[in-house]
Design a protein around this ligand. Structure first.
Ligand SMILES: Cc1cc2nc3c(=O)[nH]c(=O)nc-3n(C[C@H](O)[C@H](O)[C@H](O)COP(=O)(O)OP(=O)(O)OC[C@H]3O[C@@H](n4cnc5c(N)ncnc54)[C@H](O)[C@@H]3O)c2cc1C
Length: 337
């Protein structure tokens, strides 16, 4: 492990969720960090809702390695609260409304598999009259959301002069360069062999007068996240292969049509944004060193679960860089392409 033992300074390229989580993980291990970010106005991290949802998709599948990733994420965000006095991650129950009798039956089946009962909150919440729940609902724990822009701002404060504005793909001669470029990584010649599958997402911000909701509501294709002041984020679309992060009338129509399946109250759309999720192969992040450049690293592919997945694997990668052990084989860049 030649790189790890040298205690070299580390330059992180990209100050989105990936680069910021890496910066905290490395600073916690007393490594010198400089982060370079080009300050784009629209990025996945700047538009994302930042939700952690333990059970996803039409098949109600427990998210990959939840038992390990959830406590690691909670510890990580809590360590930031302790260091800064600011709570960027808010734990919040999630109420999952079933879309159909089939989904309700699917959940009954799921309860026979290991790990599913543990996702249920001990006290089930009542969906209330403002939401249609004709096929039933469950209340899940292990959920919440990260204010990603707030988290990025805190990282910037923490790094001080170590946060630099600008754009570069230059590899540092004197240290380690870690590329955390999000979807822009797909155009990085050093990593042109990484199979990126970018997925555009559109998201709305709504004002819903009269909706008193303190939990995340998810109804399969759409969700509502209360963010305070009577406002809610609502999304999100998935559009594979689209490279323009521009909101569209069609994206808004799709989200509103799905919202109408479960929200019984009038609302007003006050913002509409879009971003491109950095998805790589099977929607799992990848990290590790370049196969032929031992001082060039990669941490990317956070997909739609970055808030949950990044803390554990940034810790693992940071341990590796500090000589503390191997990279997890399921995410190791070199073993998985
Ligand atoms: C609509 C939508 C909703 C989402 N909802 C959720 C959710 O609820 N939960 C969840 O976990 N995830 C969600 N995501 C996904 C999440 O946003 C991403 O997984 C995560 O933010 C990706 O972070 P990143 O740092 O890899 O990339 P980015 O956010 O793209 O950040 C990369 C940064 O690097 C900078 N950069 C790139 N190249 C260079 C360079 N060469 N030099 C300098 N700077 C550079 C960019 O300007 C940018 O600031 C959502 C995404 C979208 C689009």
């Amino acid at each position: 492990m030649a790189v790890a033992s040298e205690n070299l300074p580390i330059t992180i390229i990209g100050g989105g969720l990936a680069g910021c989580v890496m910066a905290w993980a490395l600073r916690a291990r007393n490594r010198e960090v400089v982060l370079l970010d080009r300050g784009e106005e629209v990025t996945a991290s700047k538009v994302a809702a930042g939700i952690v949802n333990p059970v996803t998709g039409p098949k109600l599948t427990k998210t990959w390695r939840l038992e390990q990733l959830w406590p690691a994420a909670l510890n990580f965000y809590d360590s930031i609260r302790k260091k800064t006095g600011r709570e960027v991650f808010r734990q919040m129950p999630l109420i999952r409304l079933f879309n159909s009798p089939r989904e309700a039956r699917q959940w009954e089946k799921r309860l026979g598999s290991p790990g599913y009962v543990e996702c249920l909150a001990s006290v089930a919440l009542d969906p209330g009259n403002d939401l249609k729940a004709q096929y039933g609902a469950i209340t899940l724990e292990n959920s919440g959301y990260l204010g990603i822009p707030e988290f990025i701002a805190l990282t910037r404060e923490m790094l001080g002069a170590g946060w630099r504005s600008g754009q570069s793909r230059e590899v540092q001669e004197e240290g380690i360069t870690l590329f955390c470029e999000g979807v822009s990584g797909a155009a990085n010649p050093l990593f042109e062999w990484v199979p990126f599958k970018p997925a555009k997402g559109e998201i709305l911000t709504l004002s819903i007068p009269g909706l008193d909701q303190q939990r995340i509501v998810n109804c399969g294709g759409a969700w509502l996240l209360p963010v305070g002041g009577g406002q809610f984020r609502c999304g999100a679309t998935y559009d594979w292969g689209c490279s323009e992060p521009k909101p569209t009338a069609e994206g808004r129509r799709v989200i509103e049509e799905r919202l109408g399946r479960f929200l019984q109250l009038p609302y007003e759309v006050i913002d509409h944004q879009a971003g491109i999720r950095p998805v790589v192969r099977e929607s799992r992040l990848l990290c590790g060193m370049h196969p032929s450049q031992s001082r060039v690293g990669f941490f990317n592919g956070l997909g739609s679960k970055g808030v949950l997945n990044a803390p554990f694997f940034a810790g693992n990668f940071a341990d590796y860089l500090c000589g503390g052990g191997p990279i997890d084989p399921e995410v190791d860049l070199c073993g998985n392409i």
